[in-house]
Design a protein around this ligand. Structure first.
Ligand code: NOJ
Length: 527
């Protein structure tokens, strides 16, 4: 019987290379993470209090896409440690009640993976069909598909004179999941880490594991459908390379493997064609959860956040449990996205309270709990092919040289302003962002309505405000959020303030009737 622990868990995403460097080479590693587990949860109120970690890819990789190009699924990248370091991390995390899910990258491998080397070595190699090859001539692409990172999704291979498919970099050839041997090999990979204590997986690009059997051309997207997305990848609708009906059988197969073990989870990165098709991924024999990226695209408007919450509640199948996330390793951090002079800090504080007051599993991104902003990195210094470096910079532990992250003079990515924003400075300050996160996580876990209750959006809050009512048997909480730079008066039931994003507000005070929210303030009332 599964405990479904992930429903009440608070997850914390760690970008493995950027959390803590234990050996002074400028690169974060597994032993560095182990050394900082007490910060994440030592069982006391001094620690952040998270329940689970999502660790971005740790496998050997030539790092063309920073680990999302795996060259050996069953190893640890030597810069991050080894299997011994992984076992230590799992053991020490387990002692603190922290579970760890890994990033599984099944859609593509590195072109340096043994499977691809074999596949590309000859047209008649037994592993040729493990990848997606098409005959033709170098002048004529097999179809019009484009890579998410730009340019055609096909690369001509001079040695065997055929095209291979890559939905990302040419150095990330797509595996062929229509081949049962590939499916079986990936099942073995899944078992490998579950056998070693991983609590499950975040699965990369899950929606694209199967492509159209006829490789039909994708239709173009018109300007309206494209919205603000101007990249080449979004000039066409990914009708035939994403979200194919047959992908569900692959997911069910993965889930059967997950179910061979107690209490493991699969959270999918899924970009479906529609809300209806998202629901299909969440059927009881498929994913337990799918990532929800909606807040990443919300401008700072109560109505926009409200619309996302309502839509998720409407489209998710009964019994399924949403996820919420404000930031991750692919987008600018939210404190930077919502930057607006003096309001920026209070906005990020409001967002934290909102995230932890919603129905669903919150996924925090390392550093957001101290308000780490994106770091501006000049194009010549980008290490990522598409420039996502600014949200992946080293964790800012202190104002020491190296930011407490490393003793090296040359961290793998530049440090942000460690004097201004760091853990050491915030840990004993009750007014800090870190203290707010710690309190919000504790309030959430101590309040059944917030942890597990239903959610209802209050119909007519004051303009530019959002009010959410959470209800569970014998527990009720109201979150009221003011997205403006002015105070707003809101009608509230009688109750007790559990939490406010405003450090000046007295928690524990009782409320009745009208309540004056400070600019950008969020409160949670037990009522
Ligand atoms: C999604 C990951 O989040 C991103 O970082 C990566 O580049 C692509 N998938 C390709 O694996």
């Amino acid at each position: 019987m599964s405990s479904e622990w992930w429903r009440s868990a608070v997850f914390y995403q760690i970008y493995a290379r950027s959390f803590a460097d234990s050996n002074g080479d400028g690169i974060g590693d597994l032993d560095g993470i182990t050394a900082h587990l007490d910060y994440l949860n030592d069982g006391t109120e001094r620690s952040l209090g998270i329940d689970a970690i999502w660790l971005t890819p740790i496998n050997p990789s030539p790092l063309k896409d920073w680990g999302y190009d795996v060259s050996d699924y069953c190893g640890v990248h030597p810069e991050l440690g080894d299997l011994g370091a992984f076992e230590r991390l799992i053991r020490e995390a387990g002692r603190r009640g922290i579970r760890i899910i890994l990033d599984l990258v099944p859609n593509h491998t590195s072109d340096e993976h043994r499977w691809f080397r074999q596949s590309r070595s000859a047209r008649n190699h037994p592993r040729r069909d493990w990848y997606i090859w098409k005959p033709g001539t170098p002048e004529r692409l097999p179809n019009n598909w484009v890579s998410i990172f730009g340019g055609p999704a096909w690369k001509w291979d001079e040695t065997t004179r055929e095209w291979y498919l890559h939905l990302f970099l040419a150095a990330q050839p797509d595996l062929n999941f229509r081949n049962p041997e590939v499916v079986a090999a990936m099942h073995e990979v899944i078992r490998f880490w579950l056998d070693r204590g991983a609590a499950g997986y975040r699965v990369d690009v899950m929606h694209a594991l199967i492509k159209d059997a006829m490789f039909r051309d994708n239709p173009p997207l018109d300007k309206v459908e494209r919205g603000s997305q101007n990249d080449v990848a979004f000039r066409q609708k990914h009708l035939y390379d994403f979200d194919q009906p047959e992908v569900h059988e692959i997911i069910r197969g993965f889930r059967r493997v997950i179910n061979e073990y107690d209490d493991r989870i699969m959270v999918g990165e899924v970009w479906p064609h529609s809300n209806q098709s998202l629901a299909l991924y969440l059927r009881p024999d498929e994913l337990q959860q799918a990532f929800n990226f909606r807040f990443l695209f919300c401008p700072w408007e109560a109505a926009r956040f409200r619309a996302q919450v309502e839509e998720i509640e409407r489209i998710l199948p009964a019994g399924s449990w949403p996820t919420w996330t404000l930031s991750n390793h692919d987008f600018a951090r939210h404190i930077t996205r919502h930057e607006q002079g003096a309001s920026t800090g209070p906005r990020a504080r409001l967002a934290a309270v909102m995230l932890l007051a919603l129905r669903g599993t919150p996924f925090l991104y390392y550093g957001e709990e101290i308000g780490m902003p994106n770091v501006a990195i000049a194009r010549e210094r980008w290490r990522d092919p598409v420039g996502r470096d600014g949200c992946r910079t080293p964790m800012q532990w202190s104002d020491a040289p190296g930011g407490g992250f490393t003793t090296s003079q040359t961290p793998w990515l530049p440090l942000g302003d460690c004097a201004a924003v760091n853990v050491a400075r915030q840990i004993d300050d009750p007014a800090s962002m870190l203290s707010l996160y710690r309190r919000a996580i504790r309030v959430r876990s101590a309040t059944p309505a917030l942890r597990a209750g239903t959610i209802r959006v209050i119909e007519q809050p004051p303009e530019d405000c959002l009010a959410l009512l959470r209800e569970a048997p014998a527990s009720r909480a109201l979150a009221a959020l003011n997205f403006t730079d002015e105070p707003r008066e809101i009608e509230v039931p009688s109750g007790r303030i559990l939490l406010s994003s405003d450090p000046g507000r007295d928690p524990g005070k009782t409320t009745l009737g009208k309540f004056r929210l400070a600019p950008n303030e969020a409160i949670v009332i037990e009522c």
